[in-house]
Design a protein around this ligand. Sequence first.
Ligand code: PA5
Length: 461
Amino acid sequence: MLEFNYKNIQQEVIGEENGLNISEEFANYASKIEQIITDLNQKKDKPGQWLQWMNLGYSEETVWYVKEYAAMVEGRFDNVLILGIGGSALGGAALCEALLKPYWNLLSVSDRGNYPRIFFLDNIDPDQMDALLNTLDLKRTLVNVITKSGSTAETMAQFMVIKDRLQQVLGDDYRKAIVATTDAEIGVLRQLSNEEGYKTFTVPDDVGGRFSVFSAVGLLPLALVGIDIDEIVEGIKNMDLILKNTDINKNIAAQNALIHYLMDKKKNKNLSVIMPYSSRLKYVADWYVQLWAESLGKEYDKNGNKVNNGITPIKALGVTDIHSQTQLYTEGPNDKLITFIRVDEFDTKLEIPKIYEYTGIGYLGGKTINELMSAEADSTMVALCDYKRPNVTVSIPKITPYYMGQLLYMYEVEAAIIGELYNIDAFNEPGVEQIKNYTYALMERVGYEDSAHHVKEIKEL
Ligand code: PA5
């Protein structure tokens, strides 16, 4: 089971100036939290609430169709290429990095269990795109284009480039190399899929991009490379039961949400550092950054008051960033709440050979790399406490589909709860939409002429 340890945000550990009296705060906020969790669970089936992601763990139909398609194409492709950006890419990328064997794309076919390599193209760097397309054998590549709106300029531009190249090498058969994940009805990609006959999966209504990892958006890429999506779904369901608990003392998502909220409001810690001690969880930090930034960064609250709300998320990697960022976190401004994500048991136990016994590094011999990793995580935590820096730890027993489902779902629920504490809409992203619209305008999309005029005016100032 996932564990959450918040002892190091308490006044007893880091002092009154920076710490919280957490039992008092839990008592003060108990009824507010109870109300929030009750409301979220009551509203989740109502259209327009953007809470359908809370039902994804129970969507047996999606899992079935995803598995059916993955089985159908098994053995037909050497590569899977994912086109998408933001919420349409980050969840799948994070889970693939965590759950596939490290360096998956470099492994032999048999070491990959005959499953394909997987590439997430979530940028439009022309050098990178061209190089990748020249490297992959496009005759043996399945392209999964993912966009909820069906019109995001980056994803659709990628799609146009790749469709053209696929058609050149495959002729009319190019259609069989494309699978689209998009809205059920609206958007250009849905229209093209209908006209050109692509296999499609649906991003359900009322599921925003950053909450879509457990829809076909994330599940299809995972299933295509052989990850056990049934296990993921089991993890989500189990976590959902825990997170339905309206008692703050028993609900870890509510605890973590309240701690972040109070650290911001009462102790001026409005930077949230997420630091997994595992390279395989590196992209979970990227996923978290998007979830936190887009959900909580809002100009107005739900009552229309200008609040310019937000907690700035920062990604770090243990142990690498001990030697990069932790000097700042110990001695710089005390404005951060640091989250460690720790893995109790790695798949591998790696021994350090007993060599160089009579030198300054002799103490390492006979220990394991695992022990060193753990010692470094402990050291960072203790040093932060010495410097009165609040920190919490989320521990997962092992990196498995089950626990990864739990971890990501817990953070989604946490984002929803903290959004309610701030009284902001955690499910929209007007700032991003504005940038998307300006891009359409600059690229001369019909209907965006007024925006084009405005952008040109500002550019020329
Ligand atoms: O979380 C979000 O809603 C965004 O990050 C979107 O996922 C991102 O902008 C991509 O949008 P779309 O899936 O419509 O291409």
